[in-house]
Design a binder for this molecule. Structure first.
Ligand SMILES: Cc1ncc(C[n+]2csc(CCOP(=O)(O)OP(=O)(O)O)c2C)c(N)n1
Ligand code: SF4
Length: 263
């Protein structure tokens, strides 16, 4: 299968803003999917609502754009109804960490055999920039005009603690690692979760002195610390989150029995 076979060109032009990171995620995904020679006819794409969730509408394969927060519930149902299908979910941090948070922890706990790609842009992008559960401490949004007073969720850590078989986090600057993690996630049996830190210059950058997409690219470089380095510094994820930083890398790879195959 060729790289461009996966694009649904009749849906172009896409809706993403200039400088949005979602295009890079699509590029990495298309590369991973086409190089693995995955069967489009045996794959279903599922999403909730939001900018990140719009990805699936541009992919030439069967897809279902569900309600906000419910992508994992629908994906679980599809996988149980037809275990032969590859089920791939694209979601945003609001979709999966806020309104869909309960589905997230329970799908990971059950170890449902699905691959989840979560584009974390630290905000509700589509609805104009309300704070989400991952909005960094002290960051500005329409609902935190004085800076967020809450500590953010670490989605990758939540997935690890809940029982996922494969978990990684990269920024959209790490295209090689991200593509490789997407491949591993799709190969892995059980729940796999790849979080992707991505710029939203329109809804997040503009309110945090990073309206120019290149500033957001620089910011991602500054906040992302390789897991090995943070361990050497003796800092855990929560320490880093308070400083507005994140760890990147692969966090778990294990082989618990997937849901439906537990004896
Ligand atoms: C049940 C429900 N509640 C609220 C909304 C409004 N809504 C649409 S997208 C969205 C948040 C999107 O944020 P995120 O999931 O992070 O995706 P992004 O747009 O940032 O990619 C919200 C609150 C909705 N569509 N349905
Ligand atoms: S609002 Fe943000 S996340 Fe949505 S398309 Fe624009 S830049 Fe991307």
């Amino acid at each position: 299968m060729e790289f461009f076979d996966l694009f649904r060109e009749d849906r172009w032009p896409h809706m993403f803003c200039p400088g949005c990171g979602i295009g890079t995620v699509m590029n990495c995904f298309h590369r991973a999917f086409s190089e693995m020679n995955m069967d489009q006819d045996k794959t279903v794409f599922v999403s909730g609502i939001g900018c990140a969730s719009r990805i699936i509408g541009y992919i030439r394969a069967d897809s279902i754009h569900t309600t906000h927060g419910r992508a994992l519930a629908v994906a679980t149902g599809i996988k149980l109804a037809n275990p032969d299908l590859n089920v791939i979910v694209f979601s945003g941090d609001g979709d999966i960490g806020a309104i869909g948070g309960n589905h997230f922890i329970n799908a990971a706990r059950r170890n449902v055999d699905i691959s989840v790609f979560c584009i974390n842009n630290y905000i509700y992008g589509m609805t104009g920039g309300q704070a989400s559960t991952t909005t960094p401490y002290k960051s500005f949004s329409t609902t935190t005009p004085y800076g967020s007073k809450e500590y953010p969720f670490d989605l990758a850590e939540v997935a690890v603690a809940s029982g996922a078989n494969y978990v990684a986090r990269w920024t959209i600057r790490n295209v090689k690692e991200l593509t490789s993690s997407m491949t591993k996630a799709m190969q892995k049996k059980g729940f796999s979760f790849v979080e992707i830190a991505s710029p939203c210059p329109t809804s997040f950058g503009r309110r945090n002195r990073m309206a120019d997409p290149t500033q957001m690219f620089e910011w991602l470089k500054i906040i992302a610390v390789r897991k090995e380095k943070s361990q050497a510094w003796g800092l855990d994820q929560l320490d880093l989150n308070i400083e507005g930083r994140i760890t990147i890398g692969e966090f778990i790879e294990r082989n618990r029995s997937p849901y439906g195959l537990i004896a």
